[in-house]
Design a protein around this ligand. Structure first.
Ligand SMILES: Nc1ncnc2c1ncn2[C@@H]1O[C@H](COP(=O)(O)OP(=O)(O)OP(=O)(O)O)[C@@H](O)[C@H]1O
Length: 278
């Protein structure tokens, strides 16, 4: 077991990971090797079924790892040491997936303040909680059973981010946020990775508004990592007309600035993976 008295060099280390769901004839993950440093922001890109969620859940210690090694901050996420550290608030990793909004307990007639206080908002995390509540425009008077999907998602994010994370695993939980909330959230997460030792891995199918966000792109296909790209070094945008208003009006014509987007890149990768075209 690796030493955890200080932070490990890597937020995530994965060696020769293979994973097969019970009853399945195919591996969901194949020969995954990965090192994710601290202060990093990684985007996981891949088609439906590529293995993104399976990888994130394994990193979160949610599914038993059958072969290979996983270390989160130097600790095996399936070990009792890891579970103890999570339990005693050292909070090695935070996984936020889409299932949360469908849990029965979340859809009861329960107030948002009550939910947040159940995990220490007023007692321990008031300042951070207030910042998140402001960013995600959550109303403490809300009752969970009366919220829209997007409002529930905002509450989930405030709850999930309330304790400062070391490693944040985001599994497409921004899909039902409006563009303002999503942009503010991404800005908050970017700042987090810049000012303290932590990292974010984010699986998404929405590529708008991400051009300034990632430091690394990991492309998954059929359970394997097929590309691992240093974003700052190896991705450039053409036709960038930055500066000035992004939207202006010229008579009856609304002019929208040509916008940097990762959408064309993701589209190209996935079309190739699926051996198809538009
Ligand atoms: N509970 C399960 N039992 C059996 N096979 C599963 C299970 N969950 C996922 N799989 C399979 O594992 C593979 C990877 O699925 P995974 O959910 O990780 O993909 P993904 O990249 O997250 O896809 P999406 O973009 O649709 O969320 C798929 O082939 C899927 O069919």
């Amino acid at each position: 077991m690796k030493n955890n008295t200080t932070s490990s060099k890597f937020a995530v280390e994965v060696n020769d990971l293979n994973y097969q769901f019970s009853g399945s004839t195919q591996e969901a993950l194949h020969d995954i090797k990965l090192q994710i440093p601290w202060n990093s922001r990684t985007l996981l890109i891949g088609s439906n079924g590529a293995g993104k969620s399976t990888l994130l859940k394994l990193l979160a210690g949610k599914q038993l790892c059958l072969t290979g090694e996983i270390f989160i901050n130097g600790i095996n996420p399936f070990s009792s040491q890891y579970r103890n550290e999570q339990e005693f608030g050292m909070n090695t990793s935070t996984y936020l997936g889409t299932e949360w909004c469908h849990m029965e307990i979340i859809n009861r007639d329960i107030g948002v303040l009550e939910l947040l206080d159940s995990i220490g908002y007023t007692r321990f995390f008031k300042q951070r909680g207030d910042e998140l509540i402001k960013i995600l425009e959550v109303d403490l008077e809300w009752r969970m059973h009366k919220l829209s999907d997007g409002q529930k998602r905002r509450v989930q994010l405030v709850m999930g981010l309330l304790k400062p994370f070391k490693l944040l695993l985001l599994d497409e939980v921004t899909v039902d946020l409006d563009v303002v909330a999503r942009s503010k959230l991404l800005k908050f997460l970017k700042l987090e990775t810049e000012i303290r030792e932590c990292s974010v891995i984010y699986a998404t199918h929405i590529f708008d508004g991400l051009n300034e966000w990632p430091l690394r792109l990991i492309h998954m296909s059929k359970g394997s990592i097929v590309q691992d790209v240093d974003y700052k070094k190896n991705v450039v945008f053409r036709n960038d007309k930055s500066g000035g208003d992004i939207v202006s009006t010229n008579g009856s014509v609304i002019e929208v600035e040509m916008c940097k987007s990762l959408h064309p890149l993701a589209l190209k990768w996935l079309l190739k993976d699926q051996n198809t075209d538009l």
